[in-house]
Design a protein around this ligand. Structure first.
Ligand code: GTP
Ligand code: MG
Length: 370
């Protein structure tokens, strides 16, 4: 019953997913990156790659199979994670501001989003939606290249006056490559020059067929500025989320993914983590990428200190040994000695890879994973 996807195993081994697929193929198992393999096969692969991980894995969170599949009865519904993508200035941040009732855009240098914003919106019915606001699509690509597919749904923002632009098309391609369902938000419909029908038509050229054009991609006309169409957008996100039946076990040690991380002048290394499963708590000891630490504080998207964060919640963590990388997995472990051991081991693996392999560009990593 225990299984792990090839991708997840690759992440845990700090190897390229495509290399694992190749090795499996040679072993007579043609599987794709998102397919699961059983524990025996996983162990075989680990040995095949000559990793000392075998030694570490006996008691290690790295390959522990219990981190993989949850008992059905422990799973509970979790909020969807929605990534907002689209061309520069088409209104991604404005749309999020409108949905959250905030004004992030005005605080941004030149109105350009420089870092990923991760927010959770609580709706009237108390359900929640997690939103990631990305500066361009690089962040999405980078995370995907590193095997972290945190996004459940993409909202593609297209300004109705501008229409499809290069980054719109890139966003479409990335979304398709990731196999993530998309909802098109046609924004700025308050403008006289807005032509939403033209957007729907142009989308056809990129095989995005919205409902009005006989397809099954949801779309909605909105104005972030005039706060029009927001309820309809929320409804469509909820509808899409329902189809996905998103669930996670909140009652276990947390696993998460680094959304972004930096060295803060006053606070030291900080990272925004999206909790994938379990509940992250103040005092938890963890490993994240090649770093480790103990949660000193958890800060939510409104800057409030909180005691714990459950599945699909974005949260800033303090108490890191250093700055991890976007896409790094976070795992809570039993004690600090263990955390250091795993982190040091991983740092060794990463160091090793850096000296033996020519550094892979993001784009090549991206294509390697397709
Ligand atoms: P980047 O982060 O730079 O990629 O931009 P963005 O997509 O986040 O766009 P942003 O929300 O910063 O909006 C860009 C500009 O469009 C701002 O001047 C907004 O005020 C304006 N804008 C956003 N939504 C609307 C809208 O619905 N109608 C009109 N008329 N203007 C809008
Ligand atoms: Mg923005």
């Amino acid at each position: 019953p225990d299984a792990i996807t090839v991708q997840e195993l690759a992440n845990r081994m700090a190897e390229k997913g495509s290399d694992l697929v190749k090795a499996l193929f040679k072993m007579g198992m043609p599987v794709t990156i998102n397919q699961t393999i059983d524990q025996d096969t996983a162990e075989l692969l680990v040995t095949e790659f000559g990793h000392n991980i075998q030694r570490v894995s006996e008691s290690d969170v790295d390959i522990q199979v219990d981190t993989v599949e949850e008992a059905e009865d422990k799973l509970q519904p979790r909020p969807p994670v929605v990534t907002i993508m689209g061309h520069v200035d088409h209104g991604k941040t404005s749309l999020l501001d409108a949905l959250r009732g905030t004004d992030v855009v005005r605080g941004e240098a030149g109105g350009i989003t420089q870092h990923i914003g991760a927010y959770q919106v609580t709706l009237k019915d108390k359900s929640k939606i997690t939103f990631l606001d990305t500066p361009g699509h690089e962040a999405f690509t980078e995370m995907r290249a590193r095997g972290a597919n945190v996004t459940d749904i993409v909202v593609l923002v297209v300004a109705a006056n501008d229409g499809l632009m290069p980054q719109t098309i890139e966003a479409i391609n990335h979304t398709k490559a990731a196999g993530v369902p998309m909802i098109v938000a046609i924004n700025k419909v308050d403008l006289d020059s807005a032509n939403p029908q033209r957007v729907r038509e142009r989308l056809l050229e990129h095989e995005v067929v919205v409902e009005e054009m006989g397809g099954d991609v949801q779309n909605v006309e909105v104005s972030a500025l005039k706060k029009m169409g927001l309820d309809a957008l929320i409804e469509k996100i909820q509808l899409q989320a329902e189809l996905l039946e998103l669930r996670a076990n909140p009652d276990r040690e947390a696993e998460g993914t680094v959304i972004e991380a930096k060295l803060d002048k006053g606070r030291g290394p900080v990272a925004t983590i999206l909790v994938n499963r379990g509940t992250l708590k103040v005092g938890d000891v963890f490993v994240v990428g090649a770093e480790s630490g103990k949660i000193r504080a958890l800060v939510d998207d409104k800057g409030r200190q909180i005691k714990e964060a459950g599945p699909a919640m974005p949260v800033e963590i303090l108490g890191l040994s250093g700055v991890p990388m976007a896409g790094d997995p976070l795992q809570v472990v039993e004690n600090e000695a263990r955390a250091r051991e795993v982190a040091e081991y991983r740092a060794g693996v990463i160091q090793n890879k850096r000296t033996t392999n020519a550094p892979a560009s993001l784009e090549s990593m991206f294509s390697a994973l397709k």
